[in-house]
Unconditional design. Structure first.
Length: 195
């Protein structure tokens, strides 16, 4: 992987460990010569992961909607910054640039980006690794919800394998490098009652 898109919060969270994990991830990306692709912001974990990448000599490619530039939320030190017209365009541009995806802790926007990229993986629109950096169990409730959706018949069991989980940036990157896209067709077979 030569580039990884990081989804993360525009806030830093309530515990220092979230900031520390973002810094560790940014530094590791730079050390492994992996370009950071991110939402272009300079606030919250977005700014922290970008600063850590750049401070360690790495590349940071930002994609930011024009309305955020107008509110002065744009990171001024990015290696390269693409200004786009909408949040939809932003997500597509980040996905095109990245060879993998990592979700750090975050809020609604992070989950929106994560679930869109998981859906694209489920539909075989891409076959790129997706990772959850499970900082101190942050993503445990979400993982439990996905398992519940499988149990209730809304997600195929093999789609649990669409994402990797790691407790540290190094462990997560190793899991993502070993990951292989699930085989099979995304279209569910007709049940007897449907046919």
């Amino acid at each position: 992987m030569k580039s990884i898109c990081v989804f993360c919060g525009a806030r830093s969270g309530t515990r220092p460990v979230y900031r520390q994990s973002a810094m560790a991830l940014g530094k590791l990306l730079a050390e492994q010569n992996i370009e950071l692709v991110w939402g272009g912001g300079d606030i919250g974990l977005m700014g922290i992961v970008a600063d850590a990448t750049l401070d360690a000599g790495g590349r940071a490619f930002g994609v930011i909607p024009d309305f955020m530039v107008e509110r002065e939320l744009q990171h001024r030190g990015a290696t390269e910054m693409l200004v786009v017209d909408s949040m939809h365009t932003r997500k597509a541009a980040m996905a095109d640039r990245a060879e993998g995806f990592i979700a750090l802790p975050g809020g609604y926007g992070t989950l929106d980006e994560l679930f869109e990229i998981l859906t694209w993986g489920q539909l075989h629109i891409h076959r790129k690794p997706i990772g959850l950096l499970n900082v101190e169990g942050f993503y445990e409730p979400l993982i439990a919800m996905v398992r519940h959706m499988v149990k209730e018949g809304f997600v195929k069991p093999e789609n649990l394998d669409l994402f990797c989980v790691g407790e540290t940036p190094a462990a997560l990157l190793a899991a993502m490098r070993a990951w292989r896209a699930p085989a099979g067709d995304w279209v569910p077979p007709l049940s007897a009652s449907q046919g």
